[in-house]
Write a protein that binds this ligand. Structure first.
Ligand code: MN
Length: 255
């Protein structure tokens, strides 16, 4: 299909709000999203739970995400199109992730975000429950953490007694507000959410958030770590961002 046909198909999808956009470009994005699901499992970021999404390539107010399936088992058939209210666009009704509002409300709040990873990755979670243990960049691969890593406290948004899940638009908006302009937000007693300008960057940053957390714990066991400065972080991000495809190509070869 030619690119002009994508445009007209996308326009038709926007107008009706029901029509699924088809075409090889969309198929490529779905293929990368399937790979992202499997990479995140292989790299120890997600397990049976957690999810990754990417903004729809032709409808900026929609995103692509798997239906309620363990990431390692995701195939193209599981990918659905959701609008920013968390509703499925067209297609047959699916079992959707309860926490799809994480993705929807971040896409709504952050036009610069092209992909979102939510996980319960095990090395990161302890930093969400110990207020004095702030996750900070100590490795040249994780300079993107330099803008700070806030912790979302769901009790401030919904009081005591929740199941800690972001299962409503209101909680999604509160999480997006805590994330602000940053790349990573921790969720107390639950996990974390990592964003990127595109799918590969979000996956890369989710993997290195987990690695940095593990390294930080190990460094803290030895003594007092020296963290990257803001200037070093900025320089590291500039260098590393040019080679994200190298990591993606390795990881996608292993799924
Ligand atoms: Mn979760």
């Amino acid at each position: 299909m030619k690119s002009t046909e994508f445009t007209s198909a996308a326009a038709a999808g926007v107008e009706t709000g029901k029509q699924r956009v088809t075409g090889s470009n969309l198929a490529e994005v779905i293929g990368e999203l399937v790979a992202a699901n499997r990479i995140l499992f292989r790299q120890g970021v997600v397990d049976a739970y957690g999810h990754v999404s990417t903004r729809h390539p032709q409808m900026p107010h929609a995103f692509l995400i798997a239906s309620g399936t363990a990431p390692a088992l995701v195939s193209a058939d599981h990918i659905v199109e959701l609008d920013l209210d968390g509703h499925e666009i067209g297609g047959t009704p699916q079992s959707l992730y309860l926490e799809r509002f994480i993705h929807a409300e971040i896409y709504r709040a952050r036009p610069d975000v092209g992909a979102v990873v939510h996980s319960h990755s095990p090395s990161v979670l302890p930093f969400s429950v110990v207020p004095t243990a702030q996750l900070r960049p100590l490795c040249h691969m994780s300079g993107f953490l330099c803008s700070g890593v806030p912790v979302f406290e769901i009790r401030e948004a919904a009081g005591d007694g929740t199941d800690l899940l972001i299962s409503t638009p209101q909680l999604g908006r509160a999480l997006a507000a805590t994330l602000g302009p940053r790349s990573v937000v921790l969720m107390r007693g639950h996990g974390s959410t990592v964003v990127g300008s595109n799918l590969r960057e979000a996956v890369f940053q989710a993997v290195y958030t987990e690695i940095n957390a593990r390294l930080q714990r190990e460094a803290l066991a030895l003594g007092t770590p020296v963290f990257l400065t803001a200037e070093e972080s900025e320089a590291c991000v500039a260098t590393v961002s040019a080679s994200i495809d190298r990591a993606w190509n390795l990881w996608s070869d292993q799924i």
